[in-house]
Ligand binder design. Sequence first.
Ligand code: C2O
Ligand code: CU
Ligand code: CU
Length: 551
Amino acid sequence: MAGAGGVSLLGFGPCGSHALAGTSFRHYPFDPVVPTNFRQKLFVPVAEGPFGVLDVVGPLALRASAASFTILHGRPSPFLLYQTELAGKAYQNPILRIESGARLAVRLDNALAEPTIIHWHGVDAPAAMDGHPSTAIATGGRYEYDFVVRNRGGTYWYHTHAHKLTSKQAYNGLASFFLVEDDDQRRLNKALDLQLGVTDLPLVIQDKQFDAQGRLRYRPNAQESMMGWLGDIVLANLTPNASLAVTPRTYRLRLLNGSNARIYRLAFVNGRARLNFTVIGTDGGLIERPESATEAFLSPGERLDVLLDAGQAKTGADIFLRSLAFDPMENEGAAEGMAAMAGMAGMAGMAGMAGMGAASGPAKGGAKDSMGSSRLPQGAEFNVLKLSVTAGARVVANLPATLSQVALIRSEGAIERKIDLSMDKMRFLINGRSFNMDEIAFEVKRGAVEVWRIANPAIGMPHPMHLHGFSFQVLERMGSPPWLAATARFSGGRTVVDLGWKDTVLVWPGETVRVAIDFAHDHPGSQTYVFHCHNLEHADAGMMINYRVQA
Ligand code: C2O
Ligand code: CU
Ligand code: CU
């Protein structure tokens, strides 16, 4: 059994010596800016082992445990994993696949040295089954989940949610996919002849730091706790510099941003040309019609389901899934915020924060300690995955004109609730509050439709705001930065990632995003859920509130 022994995801090819320490970023072997580095075979989930696809047809027992896992240099690194054995197979962080309407019965055992709990991200669960941080279990503890998964087919995920520990535990491994199947999903995959694990690929994108021994590093300083932890090695399915051979046909990529704080501006690039791709789904499953796009932002917690026709490029060509450069909008904003705060509160110890968010270059000035430890600033351009187009029959996909039905939430006349994001004393707040486990920020009426106006001040930074308990629909983006507004092709200033059912929405500085939520559900009694920023350092620092659905 895999147990606490070593789990190896990949046998690594040639990767030189561990040149991380003391070498310039542009030359260490996993520098994701250098296209020729992309030679590690992308890890693709199979039927068992790490990220094995596990069809949920009966009760499961997951163990949150420490294990070692091999990512870099073939060297084992301490990792946290959900482990299980079923029908003679061992799984680590299994990709759970379940039919819409089926029962999820999971026994979680905490074999960690600290509290933990599982949250089913985007899944409609009663509060007691949702992994609210107040339900975290201590070392040796057990939690029993048992509820019916009513979500539409789609790409969801599960991860740890123990308050103040979520960022560290998720970064160290406690997260995987939760795929819900339904007729829409089957119809699509049949029409396009897609097969999970072959041409339909769950792809989690993460950024991590490693030390000179190839071990995961997570040591946020004050500034990194405030802004969010960034890695400088970019992993696709835990593969750095990932590469996949493809044939000239259509692939489905179920993109998940599983990073703590990094935002990706994703595009497919062939040489200098940006390729078209097709967005077919967002957080809560398929959208109504396929939408063509050339780029999309993906913030922590969000999913984007896309089709890429690899036959757009010639045989022998390399297509890169790339994160394009963008203005992270945390430079002036945070600096001004800090200045305002220093002025107001007369805070001491501001000197070290002067370089905060100065993301214009990895080694600007000598302010190294006051800056992030990542050599890849937020907004930098880098590659995520190389797709090498190999010879094969050209298959041109016939996209269905309709993918699914998305019933619009009728929000005319709904009450509008103000959700104001702000910052005080180096912490980000929601409606002026920092998370208090026992405090309910507000109540909503069961069955009511509300419109939340999530407002981010111009002097802030981007926040991916995530709702537990319900999915929502994005109605409108107001005050968007001009470069974002330029990509808004849908009513209300929305971009392609705002379509369909959402549970996480990125709110840029200066923006007010209006979302419609229908608080109808069948879970009996009153239900307390959280609403929080999915920048995990922000959430752990208290950028989270409780809200209660009345009985
Ligand atoms: Cu994925 Cu409360 O989060
Ligand atoms: Cu969630
Ligand atoms: Cu945030």
